[in-house]
Design a protein around this ligand. Structure first.
Ligand SMILES: [Cu+2]
Length: 172
């Protein structure tokens, strides 16, 4: 049989209920503000399109939000992964993502839990070189990841991935 022993800490928390609700709300706001944005955009005619920044370093657990800042074009953020009918260019055990078409001002969030290098592309603009790379946590700056699958991608996409060393240097 359990005996009830009042926990003074618990009582304190209960009496501060209103304040707790407020701080939970503030906390959620802070989390959203902690997201890092990658803009999807292009020239008005669509002759040039990009992710900005196209290279980014983040710590594990970081949320990244892609936002379509383009007024006249749809974009996607799509991981290089067999589930997206592409060769694997991300950690094998991590979750792949595909935003589907994002209209202007629509956005999509991915939280990165596993260290490694993640390459992604825009479905309608891969052949225009609209690709990006996210490095999560500790990786070797000299690494040239996924070179074995380069031949399966458009050359302009392969050329679009920033190298690891420059991503680690600028953290962008
Ligand atoms: Cu695009």
């Amino acid at each position: 049989m359990k005996t009830y022993k009042p926990d003074p800490r618990r009582r304190l928390i209960l009496s501060a209920g209103g304040g707790l609700l407020l701080s939970a709300f503030v906390l959620r706001r802070a989390e959203a503000a902690d997201e890092i944005e990658i803009a999807m955009s292009g020239t008005p005619t669509g002759s040039d399109v990009w992710f900005r920044p196209n290279g980014l370093w983040v710590k594990r657990g970081q949320a990244v939000r892609w936002v379509n800042r383009d007024v006249g074009n749809v974009h996607t953020t799509t991981a290089y992964h067999p589930g997206n009918h592409k060769p694997l260019r991300m950690p094998k055990s991590a979750h792949a993502w595909d935003s589907g078409y994002l209209l202007p001002n629509e956005s999509f969030v991915v939280t990165f839990q596993e260290a490694g290098v993640y390459d992604y592309f825009c479905m309608p603009h891969e052949h225009a070189g609209m690709v990006g790379r996210i490095v999560v946590g500790e990786v070797d700056a000299a690494e040239r990841p996924y070179a074995d699958t380069d031949a399966q991608l458009p050359a302009v996409a392969v050329a679009g991935f920033p190298d690891i060393a420059s991503i680690l240097k600028t953290k962008r």
